[in-house]
Write a protein that binds this ligand. Structure first.
Ligand code: BG6
Length: 495
């Protein structure tokens, strides 16, 4: 079957706006180089980087190479072929007049590399610039609106807007300038193997789906725990904070996929319809069911790490949260009364992003003569961190004469397949080039995600914290986040 998700992409000229930023250097160029060197994308390719910084094409190639070689072994011959397709335009994306320079470069490289006129714009610039960039792209006629023979697609990074109102405004602009069919709102979590596998796990197996509901599930935890601080991204982080950076997008998308109903067919519209439906069933988070935090300096591994307020680009009295935990409800037949606990934070004890489904305890009176102290709920853990894995905890009788039941773990790692690993950005860039929108949130999803967190963000903005910083770097966040679960007789999992 010639599935659209397996076709070789058509020739294209890719324009990266914000080409000298961290995201481009660290993630986008390495992904593009790997796709190119593996032959996954056509040789008829040109890549134009655009940024304000003054640079020659040669300097830009060196800059890209520095990023690529950090995590890919470069092969001289493919690098040579890739590098000759790289071009640079020094321009201010906020100024309409500067786009003439980009248009000239495209007019020069498109026929040279046989890209056929298809264009892909990647907005890898700060979120506050998206409106101007879209407006300028539209006005400078670089986007061929509504054309299917000769397509123009646009990728927009997260966060998409600052709240529901700004997201709606941006969506209206997207509609006018590009059209929903050609926009790709990227959320790189949807390109991770574990996330791509969630529907397979739930709906291509017999054993999970029948128990995936309020009758068997006690609660669900989604943790987005990171050990890194904000590093060189202080200015960006001051604009967003933890909720806009990862909860409104990555975490709520994970939740939607974990909680959605099965689509009738697996295509972009049906999949996104089901996610939107579950997001619509979630009432806004209540401030009383949420906790915020900010990291203080501390010793981590014997070394002092700075507090958030000491990071470059951060205000000395900043109220920006670097940690948040909250409790959500999904008010539908499958999930009513099952709490979903979410937490995300920087500078915590470890890096761990995972979904944990905790099942109800069975009646255990039958085993009243057993030692069950080491026995826990059945738990299914889906880890989306680097070593992506799935683990199932269940009780087993300890061998020997004692009567004891202990929890044991069945563990599966994606590495067991022995296949080469492809970072999320590779999957997603390939999808865009193939015109497959399945892994890209639709307009309504993004707006619904804002509607869930907006009242909390407004409440927090109106009530600045008086206890920041309130958790030490290297810890697991503020104590109040533990209390949030403890008062309901639960605790954050540490599996
Ligand atoms: C990004 C956030 O979207 O995701 C970062 O902006 C975060 O703050 C990153 O560190 C985490 O992604 P990953 O793939 O490293 O888990």
């Amino acid at each position: 079957m010639n599935h659209p998700g397996t076709q070789t992409p058509e020739p294209v000229a890719i324009v990266i706006i914000g080409a000298t930023g961290d995201l481009s250097q660290r993630l986008l160029f390495p992904a593009l180089y790997r796709l190119f060197s593996e032959g996954a994308i056509a040789g008829s390719l040109a890549i134009v980087g655009m940024s304000r910084r003054g640079m020659t094409h040669e300097q830009f190639r060196t800059f890209v190479r520095e990023g690529v070689q950090r995590d890919v072994a470069i092969d001289a011959a493919s690098w040579g072929r890739f590098a000759e397709r790289l071009f640079y335009v020094s321009a201010d994306s906020m100024k309409e007049a500067d786009y003439a320079h980009l248009a000239r470069t495209l007019a020069d490289v498109e026929p040279r590399f046989g890209t056929g006129g298809n264009r892909l714009f990647y907005l890898a610039a700060p979120p506050s610039t998206y409106e101007s960039i879209l407006t300028n792209l539209g006005r400078s006629e670089l986007i061929r609106y509504g054309s299917r023979q000769l397509w123009t697609r646009v990728i927009i990074e997260k966060p998409f807007g600052r709240d529901e109102a700004t997201a709606r405004r941006l969506n209206v602009l997207v509609d006018r300038v590009i059209g929903e069919e050609f926009v790709y709102r990227i959320d790189h979590y949807l390109g991770k193997e574990t996330v791509q596998n969630m529907l397979v796990l739930r709906f291509a197996n017999t054993v999970f789906e029948p128990i995936w509901n309020r009758r068997y599930v006690d609660h669900v935890q989604i943790s987005f725990v990171e050990d890194i601080g904000v590093g060189g991204r202080g200015r960006f982080y001051e604009e967003v904070g933890v909720v806009r950076d990862v909860i409104q997008n990555h975490v709520l998308q994970l939740l939607a996929i974990i909680a959605m109903e099965p689509p009738a067919v697996f295509d972009a519209e049906e999949f996104r319809n089901e996610k939107a439906k579950v997001l619509r069933a979630i009432p806004p988070v209540q401030p009383v069911a949420a906790v915020r935090g900010q990291y203080a300096p501390d010793l981590v591994g014997g070394q002092r790490v700075p507090g958030y307020r000491e990071e470059e680009g951060v205000e000395p009295q900043s109220p920006t949260p670097t940690y948040a935990a909250m409790r959500l409800q999904i008010e539908n037949w499958r999930w009513a009364d099952v709490p979903f606990y979410l937490r995300a934070g920087k500078r915590l004890a470890r890096k761990d992003t995972e979904v944990v489904v905790v099942f109800r305890q069975p009646p255990l009176r039958l085993f009243r003569d057993y030692d069950i102290a080491g026995m826990d709920h059945n738990v299914l853990v889906l880890k989306t961190t680097d070593d992506e894995r799935i683990a199932l905890r269940f009780g087993a009788r300890v061998p020997g004469h004692k009567h004891e039941i202990r929890s044991v773990t069945l563990d599966f790692s994606y590495r067991d397949f022995g296949e080469p690993e492809h970072p999320a950005y590779e999957h997603l860039l390939l999808d865009v080039m193939r015109g497959v929108q399945t892994s890209f949130p639709r307009r309504d999803e993004v707006e619904l995600q804002w509607a869930i967190v907006d009242p909390l963000l407004m409440y927090w903005a109106g009530h600045p914290p008086d206890d920041f910083p309130n958790y030490p770097a290297g810890s697991m966040g503020p104590k109040e986040a533990d209390d949030l679960l403890r008062r309901e007789g639960r605790q954050w999992r540490t599996d």
